[in-house]
Write a protein that binds this ligand. Structure first.
Ligand SMILES: *[C@@H]1O[C@H](CO)[C@@H](O)[C@H](O)[C@H]1NC(C)=O
Ligand SMILES: *[C@@H]1O[C@H](CO)[C@@H](O)[C@H](O)[C@H]1NC(C)=O
Ligand SMILES: *[C@@H]1O[C@H](CO)[C@@H](O)[C@H](O)[C@H]1NC(C)=O
Ligand SMILES: *[C@@H]1O[C@H](CO)[C@@H](O)[C@H](O)[C@H]1NC(C)=O
Ligand SMILES: *[C@@H]1O[C@H](CO)[C@@H](O)[C@H](O)[C@H]1NC(C)=O
Ligand SMILES: *[C@@H]1O[C@H](CO)[C@@H](O)[C@H](O)[C@H]1NC(C)=O
Ligand SMILES: *[C@@H]1O[C@H](CO)[C@@H](O)[C@H](O)[C@H]1NC(C)=O
Length: 172
């Protein structure tokens, strides 16, 4: 009896943890075409929805290209002055951890040949499937952090209920 109750608790616990966790997505710029000249990355970006905590990743020949994070002026004019970051590994993963518009360009002149991409990062969506998470939908950003204590509270109530059922059986 104890082991099956414990088993059930563990299952319920893992389900609640999964519900409380929003999976992050890795958005590969240009998909299988990667980060190269002559591609309209606006079309690529329009086809994706970006959420806080997602990654954007750039795949390219590291001897030829690179990635700079710039502001709107840098994006519009293909300039890297005052760049907010730069990457050149050829396989760069960049965490989109703010709700804002990000601008990335290639810093070696290929920006003028289309190597520029701008993405708008949205707040985390509320997982509508979970009533627990739904009530926390007004929180900005850290939905996982808010959901978990609620899940844990529910879990405790559940544990108490299950324990009393088990004890009830135990005394019969
Ligand atoms: C890329 O596509 C967008 C959306 O269709 C369009 O507005 C833009 O002019 C295109 N850019 C280039 C450089 O062709
Ligand atoms: C948009 O996404 C769909 C489905 O993943 C894909 O078939 C299509 O090629 C994409 N279009 C562009 C412009 O990336
Ligand atoms: C960016 O380019 C526009 C014209 O394309 C120009 O008017 C503006 O002064 C430029 N800004 C900077 C900071 O160079
Ligand atoms: C972008 O950064 C440059 C250099 O730091 C600065 O001169 C420019 O005003 C900034 N543009 C915007 C739109 O913030
Ligand atoms: C690239 O970023 C590093 C810090 O990460 C900085 O020291 C360097 O000056 C940057 N390079 C350019 C060309 O902006
Ligand atoms: C976002 O990530 C950058 C570096 O990856 C870090 O410096 C910054 O503090 C983070 N911001 C937030 C709001 O977590
Ligand atoms: C959501 O949060 C905002 C700002 O924190 C607050 O003004 C608003 O009343 C909240 N709405 C609900 C339904 O709790």
């Amino acid at each position: 009896m104890l082991s099956s109750t414990t088993n059930l608790l563990l299952r319920v616990c893992s389900v609640l943890l999964v519900l409380g966790t929003v999976a992050a997505t890795d958005h590969i710029v240009g998909a299988n075409k990667g980060w190269n000249p002559g591609i309209n990355y606006t079309l690529w970006a329009n086809n994706h929805t970006f959420y806080v905590g997602d990654l954007i990743s750039f795949r390219y020949q590291k001897t030829q290209y690179n990635v700079f994070e710039v502001n709107q002026t840098g994006y519009d004019n293909c300039t890297t002055e005052g760049a907010l970051g730069n990457w050149s590994s050829g396989k760069d993963f960049i965490l989109l951890n703010k709700t804002q518009r990000y601008y990335f360009i290639c810093g070696n002149g290929q920006c003028f040949n289309g190597m520029k991409v701008s993405v708008l990062v949205h707040p985390l969506p509320s997982p509508t499937a979970s009533p627990v998470a739904h009530s926390a939908s007004n929180s900005t950003g850290a939905a996982g952090l808010v959901v978990l204590p609620r899940g844990v509270t529910g879990l405790r109530a559940l544990a108490v209920a299950l324990a009393s059922i088990w004890l009830g059986y135990g005394w019969i």
